[in-house]
Design a protein around this ligand. Structure first.
Ligand SMILES: Nc1ncnc2c1ncn2[C@@H]1O[C@H](COP(=O)(O)OP(=O)(O)OP(=O)(O)O)[C@@H](O)[C@H]1O
Length: 596
């Protein structure tokens, strides 16, 4: 057979679409493009609606919520204690000689409550953080009542922070309308000074006489947002890196021995997760903060056997806790002046306690008779934070109305989420069809088969179907000046996982049992759209090259970080604003952390 006849055969086998069908295919593509744009718009609207509904629900429940957790009786004093604390649904009852005293809470966790029980109730507030609200979770209570246990947890019972990190990455992997990126900072407020826990070197000497604090400045920008100048902020692209940094920060925390708790925290430990959310539809960027705070133990100083430095530490902790109580009470009463400036703690948390933020305070108490005085102090603090007027002053009628409104809102939220899932399915289908039909358009004159690079074999066919194409950077990203880009906007592992899952999903769908059959199916689907019967012939070699790149996957690499933040511990950590790398030596007065 001559060369030319061979070429003729090839052209006959390959999809040569007649002109009129070609224009119908173009029309179908343009319809599909219109459809995906509309579906994306609808998806964005539904997501906005969901966020608004959730926000209304949280506000109705109270933007400052107070839970109470009762620590179990510890093995050490199991034999010699009398329990005075009883829990009922949403209520704490203290049995006193003169009768019982009741305290109401949004939720009460009895001694047997697990870390999981606690986290289940905490979880909804994390959604608010991802939706763009500043959120503050505070663990408050007497020394030794389990604040660190609730926030940090122990090896086999992780606490809120680790669970929250996991949850955030879960949210990122299932978010269909935006890309989420996270970074972590940790600091402690010790005797009124701030100390960066991510750049601090763990100090192994137990009784160092001085603490060197880093030069961290609390700044308020024009919009009233708080930034801590000089505080290291590390990008966390995945859960493993997030855990690594978090554990590093915890080890650097100051602890000391008191008569009440062997590893008493002598400071407030603050973990901040900065969340950047970029909407895939319009590129809009939102940021929010999630603070998780293990407060220093509130204590009656005489009881802890504190003297000297420990006494000073206790005083400093009590002063800042009382300032925190004043701020929350003022916010509760919606009082004009909120005394944020009275402590470093409240200055740092200023933009995450007030306007439009969500606060969750977990008050910890001991069940033992010997701790009664402290327990009553903690419960009074909680009562003030919760606002006495909240339920007591509300008439039964109002309470019922509120309950009904909550039920209605939750119902609407469910429906919205359901509708959003349906739109997501439609969008995936439309994008798949669009992607495949574009490949049926003859883009340029066909090359003779001899000129094609590699023959298709079963081996590389598999390879091609599996490996996604490298996503192109969007024109937006290519042209945007780096200085205006948020510094955390790199793809996270979660987002990359989501991308590859999405591609695998589509590849699975596009992966033909028989390639001819698959393409014929595709054509018939597209032809159905343009009301035509399939007439084209199939060239299996051409069909083999079908790889569907999810159009939605392109978004991941839009941005590069401006600063070289890295969660890899071999790499550099950069402080947020000053450019000063905090590799200095921090001589902490003493440290007995059990976490080393
Ligand atoms: N819910 C719980 N279940 C089991 N053990 C607990 C629980 N809560 C606290 N503990 C144990 O009680 C001890 C004291 O708890 P923890 O150190 O968390 O108290 P703390 O309130 O953080 O104290 P401090 O303010 O002094 O730092 C620890 O040994 C801890 O493991």
């Amino acid at each position: 057979m001559s060369d030319s006849s061979a070429r003729l055969d090839v052209y006959t086998d390959v999809n040569v679409v007649p002109e009129h069908e070609n224009s119908e295919l173009k029309k179908a593509i343009s319809d599909l493009e219109g459809e995906t744009v509309q579906l994306k718009k609808k998806q964005k609207l539904l997501d906005d609606k969901r966020r608004e509904l959730l926000n209304n629900i949280t506000n109705l429940k109270g933007s400052i919520r107070v839970f109470c957790r009762v620590r179990p009786i510890l093995q050490a004093n199991k034999m010699k204690v009398r329990e005075l604390v009883e829990t009922e649904l949403g209520k704490m009852v203290i049995r006193l000689s003169g009768g019982a005293k009741e305290f109401g809470f949004d939720k009460v966790f009895p001694q047997e409550a697990t870390q999981e029980d606690v986290f289940t109730e905490v979880e909804p507030i994390l959604r608010s953080a991802v939706d763009g609200h500043n959120v503050c979770i505070l663990a408050y209570g007497q020394t030794g009542t389990g604040k660190t246990f609730t926030m940090d947890g122990i090896d086999d019972q992780p606490g809120i922070v680790l669970r929250a990190l996991e949850k955030l990455f879960d949210f990122a992997s299932i978010d269909k309308t935006s890309t989420l990126t996270f970074s972590i900072s940790m600091l402690e407020v010790y005797m009124g000074n701030l100390r960066d826990l991510l750049v601090a070197k763990p100090v192994r000497a137990m009784h160092e006489t001085a603490i060197r604090c880093s030069n961290l400045n609390i700044q308020t920008d024009q919009k009233g947002f708080i930034e801590i100048e000089g505080l290291a902020e590390v990008q966390i692209p995945d859960l493993t890196k997030a855990k690594w940094w978090y554990n590093r920060g915890r080890r650097a925390r100051s602890t000391s021995w008191t008569t009440v708790n062997e590893t008493s925290s002598r400071s407030h430990c603050l973990t901040r997760i900065s969340i950047v959310r970029q909407c895939d539809h319009d590129g809009e960027v939102e940021s929010s903060k999630l603070w998780m705070v293990d407060l220093g133990g509130s204590e009656r100083l005489l009881k802890t056997g504190a003297t000297g430095q420990t006494l000073d530490e206790g005083r400093a902790i009590n002063l800042s806790l009382s300032a925190l109580g004043d701020v929350i009470a003022a916010l509760r009463r919606k009082k004009g002046h909120v005394p944020y400036r009275n402590s470093k703690l409240t200055q740092i948390l200023k933009d995450s306690l007030g306007h439009d933020s969500k606060v969750l305070m977990l008050v910890h108490v001991s069940p033992c008779e010997q701790d009664l005085a402290e327990t009553l102090c903690s419960l009074s603090f909680a009562k003030r934070a919760r606002g006495v007027e909240f339920n007591r002053d509300m008439s039964e009628d109002l309470k019922k109305q509120r309950e009904k409104k909550l039920i209605d809102l939750e119902e609407t939220l469910k429906e919205t989420e359901e509708e959003s899932r349906k739109v997501e399915t439609q969008l995936t289908k439309a994008e798949f069809l669009l992607c495949e039909s574009k490949k049926l358009l003859p883009a340029s004159p066909c090359l003779p088969l001899d000129d094609q690079t590699e023959p298709i074999t079963p081996k590389n066919e598999k390879q091609m179907l599996k490996s996604p194409r490298v996503p192109a950077r969007s024109p937006k990203a290519a042209t945007a000046p780096p200085s205006v880009l948020p510094r955390f906007m790199t793809s996270t592992v979660a987002s990359r996982q989501r991308q590859s899952a999405s591609e695998q999903q589509i590849t699975k769908r596009s992966k033909p049992k028989s390639l001819c059959h698959s393409e014929a199916n595709l054509k018939s689907i597209i032809l159905q759209k343009i009301n035509k019967k399939p007439r084209w012939h199939t060239d299996t070699r051409a069909a083999n090259t079908l790889q569907c790149e999810s159009p939605r996957s392109v978004r991941m690499d839009h941005y590069k970080p401006v600063a070289a933040y890295s969660a890899d511990h071999n790499e550099r950590v950069t402080p947020t604003t000053t450019g000063r790398v905090g590799g200095g030596h921090y001589h902490h007065r003493r440290r007995m952390s059990s976490l080393i």
